[in-house]
Design a protein around this ligand. Structure first.
Ligand code: NAI
Ligand code: MG
Length: 351
């Protein structure tokens, strides 16, 4: 019997259009081996749509994908459209409406990929980023536009429920991994929200006595990620800190083109959304040289979320296999392979 999953597919802009077909090829191939099929509803939601029709997605867009099993997204962003328009017109509404409060970003250094950081070979960590509140809030405004006293105010929003649930997710995850959580803070400088974050994390930690944890200031933590990346297991951070940490850890792992992410609604009341960490890469888009690994590893996270653990592990195995056993690489990893060629080579390692 074949299980069919309905996937809302949003390739988006730039290299999003180039890496999502690679992810779908891998999903279809691994699905065949495991009795799983995917039916993709492809949506043109993007900056290109915004330029043509004035909105990133249709007014009833969220209702159209509410009942899908998952959302698979490439990347959105275009130099002609302000980044806050593309982010707030598509990604943030999906994350918030579907209560995807956990943004999961696993990072590891694959054999055959050079980290720019010495001694990072054994790095294997997951960044758990709070994904629906925190610093990325709409509370605030501009005042005195055009006058010398012009000012902008932006409020961060941290709720007990919001911090508790993301911290709980991080501790539970660490319990299944290597049993260690690092909580990113900045309670020395940000004197209201960050001490609150620390307090709530400490409360959550008490209900996970099997998990060791420590709290580190974000600046020092960034330095440690570069100086000693192998000592981390799960790092939990607010929306902003988690965003920055996940690009940093991805870069330490060798290329932002490899890094995957999952926006998870743990209660499964809504679809979760899976997207590579990278953006639309306007500097290389249209040339067919984007690294599809981020999108392919993202597809593995989606398989895992949909309950196909073995299939997910097989995709991760194919990623590790093609990198360890062949010199085939896209240009960001020092090779000359095109996106499609690399994907074909990866598919040969699916077993
Ligand atoms: P970016 O991730 O698009 O690119 C940063 C650098 O990494 C570029 O030099 C790019 O060529 C390279 N790169 C990224 N992904 C790659 C891949 N798969 N293979 C090879 N090289 C890769 O970030 P940037 O330039 O800051 O943003 C470009 C646009 O993407 C902006 O409009 C931004 O708002 C948007 N963006 C969208 C995201 C999303 O859809 N979730 C996330 C980050 C940025
Ligand atoms: Mg980011």
């Amino acid at each position: 019997m074949v299980t069919t999953h309905r996937i809302a597919l949003i390739p988006g802009d730039g290299i999003g259009q180039e890496v999502t077909p690679a992810a779908c090829r891998v999903l279809d191939a691994v699905g065949k081996r495991h009795g799983v099929a995917f039916s993709y509803d492809e949506l043109d939601w993007s900056c290109a749509r915004y330029t043509e029709l004035g909105a990133m997605m249709p007014a009833d867009g969220l209702d159209r994908i509410r009942h899908h099993d998952a959302v698979l997204l490439g990347a959105v962003g275009d130099p002609s459209v302000p980044d806050h328009v593309s982010l707030w017109g598509l990604l943030i509404p999906i994350r918030r409406t579907f209560r995807q409060y956990v943004n999961l970003r696993p990072v590891k250094v694959f054999e055959g990929v050079d980290s720019p950081v010495r001694g990072a070979e054994l790095m294997d960590l997951v960044v758990v980023r709070e994904n629906v509140e925190g610093e990325y809030s709409e509370v605030g405004g501009r005042f005195g536009t055009g006058f010398p006293e012009e000012m902008a105010v932006q409020e961060s929003v941290f709720t007990r429920a919001g911090v508790t649930r993301v911290a709980d997710y991080a501790f539970t995850l660490a319990g299944r991994r290597h049993g260690h959580v690092t909580s990113a803070t900045k309670s020395n400088g940000i004197v209201h929200t960050m001490p609150f974050w620390d307090e709530v994390v400490a409360e959550v930690a008490r209900s996970h006595p099997d998990v060791a944890w420590r709290s580190e200031h974000i600046d020092a933590l960034c330095a440690k990620v570069v100086l000693d990346p192998v000592r981390f297991d799960v790092i939990v951070g607010s929306n902003l800190f988690g965003d920055i940490l996940s690009d940093l850890t991805a870069a330490v792992a060798g290329s932002i083109g490899i890094a995957p992410s999952a926006n998870i609604n743990p209660e499964r009341d809504f679809p979760s959304m899976f997207e590579p960490v990278h953006g639309s890469a306007p500097d290389i888009s249209g040339r067919g040289i984007a690294n599809p690994l981020g999108a392919i590893w993202t597809a593995a996270l989606m398989l895992d979320h949909l309950g196909h653990r073995e299939a997910a592990a097989e995709v991760e195995g194919a990623i590790a296999g093609v990198l360890a056993k062949t010199p085939i690489r896209t240009p960001d990893l020092g090779g000359t392979a095109k996106t499609g060629e690399f994907t074909t080579a990866l598919l040969e390692h699916l077993s």
